[in-house]
Design a binder for this molecule. Structure first.
Ligand code: IPE
Ligand code: IPE
Ligand code: MG
Length: 255
């Protein structure tokens, strides 16, 4: 597997890794006079169709921002409802993961999740670990700043143990300590619901990602919306600091 920082070829038409900030469940429910939790339930259905469509299209890694470190600040009953829904989702989707040969992984401080969720996560991760080609990565109790702090602590421990040398520090060496150490950087980051912010999601890993902000609310997202995002991505020119001419030359020499 490529290290986290490894840059893909510029302008490969299909992203290897798509990461999604699934936003707008609350507004979807509000528009219909329904409780927020109903929006989250419909959001879980959107996860199923998006996930199937993404892997069918050839995406290898799909990261979904499901619960942020900041989301604990929501009303207790909403947090509880989200955790129950997550448990239900994991039980339901094991079949989908097995059928499509997808492994489940997580990023975030999952040890702070309720014991029932931790148990279900551990069981699903174990049951799907043999699928090496495709991964669904759930960002749970995830925050980029927390991840950097955790990585800094892990790096410091590695230095103390003589396994890292700070004189040779590089992004590659540091990135080995991120939650995403084994996962390539996202090529495409999508946010639904019309908000144009990152909300503490994969800040470092998306340094060179393409971004798509769509007004569609997450429960209304699905195969058609995902395919539209992939088509938009295919039109983008990724330069990684080079000139357009250099990138065009590099592409030609690869053909
Ligand atoms: C995203 O939908 C789901 C989570 C953050 C868990 P929201 O619940 O944030 O929906 P809005 O932003 O209130 O519409
Ligand atoms: C981001 O959505 C977190 C998830 C999608 C899990 P939020 O709805 O929590 O983000 P803000 O608060 O609008 O920035
Ligand atoms: Mg929101």
């Amino acid at each position: 597997m490529p290290p986290a920082h490894k840059q893909p070829l510029p302008n490969a038409t299909l992203p290897t890794h798509v990461a999604i900030i699934m936003d707008g469940n609350g507004r979807w429910a509000k528009q219909r006079g329904l409780p927020r939790l109903e929006g989250h339930r419909r959001g879980a259905k959107a996860v199923r169709s998006t996930l199937t469509a993404a892997f069918e299209a050839g995406v290898k890694y799909l990261t979904l921002y499901a619960f942020s470190v900041e989301n604990w600040k929501r009303p207790q009953d909403e947090v509880g409802g989200l955790m129950r829904l997550l448990n239900y989702f994991l039980k339901q989707e094991l079949k989908t993961l097995q059928k499509n040969k997808i492994s489940l992984r997580t990023i975030g401080r999952t040890d702070a999740l309720p014991p029932s969720v931790r148990k279900e996560l551990a069981a699903t991760i174990k049951a799907t670990a043999h699928h090496k080609d495709r991964a669904l990565i759930l960002a749970l109790n995830y925050g980029s700043r927390t991840e950097i702090a955790d990585a800094a602590a892990a790096y410091a421990r590695a230095v103390a143990a003589g396994k890292e040398n700070p004189d040779d520090v590089s992004w590659d060496a540091f990135a080995r300590h991120l939650y995403t150490a084994e996962i390539p950087d996202p090529d495409l980051v999508i946010r639904t619901s019309g908000e144009t912010r990152i909300s503490n999601f994969l800040l470092m890993q998306s340094a060179y990602a393409e971004f798509i902000f769509t007004p569609v609310l997450w429960p209304d997202f699905g195969k058609a919306e995902l395919l539209a995002c992939l088509a938009e991505y295919a039109k983008r020119e990724r330069r990684f600091g080079q000139t357009g001419e250099q990138v065009a030359g590099r592409e030609k020499s690869e053909k």
